[in-house]
Ligand binder design. Structure first.
Ligand code: BT5
Length: 268
């Protein structure tokens, strides 16, 4: 549907190269089973959650050029103009125990950091648990949702958004970070390739490797933070580590507290 407001001419924002992406995903060694591209949908996470409930096998990637109702955690929205970025989800069926699943958004963050660095030579950092930052601004958001024994991992990455298109203050895009004109199809395969590799390492039990990679890219460790947990309880102190289950360890006045899910603010 190119009649919706916000769709730019193809010359300005070219569509993804669907044929090349499908061929890439279907080739042996991609780490994925199948990749589908749609022009628009409500939310790629919601679509794959429904697919998971219907018994879809692991390894499906769904990419949408635009989302009508893209979302983050706690009912918050993810918005971006058509073809201005990458909005996609992957369907995983992890074999690791539930306590380890907190690693999945963190691995998605590592995949974005690695993939963008590979294609754009831009150094990024991770704000625990689900933001990718450039220069303290949010470049990408990650959302892992459990659906029965499956996990849907969604990634929104801002590619060509201009300053006047940013949905919130404190956001950025690769173009605004000094990397205009990137090929989104190339970026997508770079991120998906890295994601498959990180998930395979994690499934194989390489907890040391994944944890040390995450720590080295995590901007939250060492910062004074306030972590608001679901249910209203807040934890304040210095973030000192990410533990074996991917939880943020905050040193408070009454000792260390491990936080499993929270909204974190970097205070200093
Ligand atoms: C996230 O949530 O950051 C996870 C976002 C995941 C989006 C992907 S897109 C593909 C897949 N399908 C979906 O429906 N979702 C996933 P959270 O930490 O709750 O942050 C949400 C907040 O990010 C919003 O309240 C805004 O403040 C901000 N935000 C919204 N759109 C943004 C954008 N394009 N760039 C930067 N920040 C944005």
């Amino acid at each position: 549907m190119t009649t919706e407001p916000g769709w730019s001419p193809s010359s300005e924002r070219p569509p993804l190269d669907e044929a090349a992406l499908r061929a890439w995903a279907g080739a042996p060694g991609s780490g994925w089973r199948e990749l589908r591209v749609v022009d628009e949908t409500g939310s790629t996470n919601d679509d794959l959650a429904a697919a998971a409930r219907s018994g879809e096998a692991a390894g499906l990637v769904l990419v949408s050029e635009w989302q009508r109702g893209g979302h983050g955690r706690l009912g918050r929205s993810w918005t971006a103009p058509p073809r201005s970025g990458l909005t996609f989800s992957v369907l995983l069926r992890p074999t690791r125990p539930p306590a380890a699943l907190g690693w999945l958004p963190l691995l998605a963050g590592l995949a974005v950091v690695d993939g963008v660095e590979e294609v754009a030579e831009l150094r990024l950092g991770l704000k625990w648990p689900n933001d990718v930052l450039h220069d303290e601004r949010k470049l990408a958001g990650l959302l892992a949702e459990r659906v029965q024994d499956a996990v849907v991992v969604g990634i929104g990455l801002n590619v060509s958004l201009r300053a006047d298109e940013l949905p919130v203050q404190g956001a950025t895009s690769l173009a605004l970070a000094g990397r205009p004109g990137l090929d989104r199809s190339v970026l997508l395969t770079a991120v998906l390739g890295r994601l498959a590799a990180w998930v395979a390492r994690w499934e194989a039990g390489d907890d040391q490797g994944t944890r040390s990679a995450y720590r080295s890219r995590c901007l939250t460790i060492g910062r004074t933070v306030r972590a608001d947990q679901p249910g209203g309880q807040a934890v304040s102190g210095t973030a000192v580590d990410v533990d074996a289950d991917g939880r943020l360890v905050v040193e408070t006045t009454s000792g260390p507290v491990a936080v499993a899910a929270a909204d974190v603010r970097h205070l200093r």
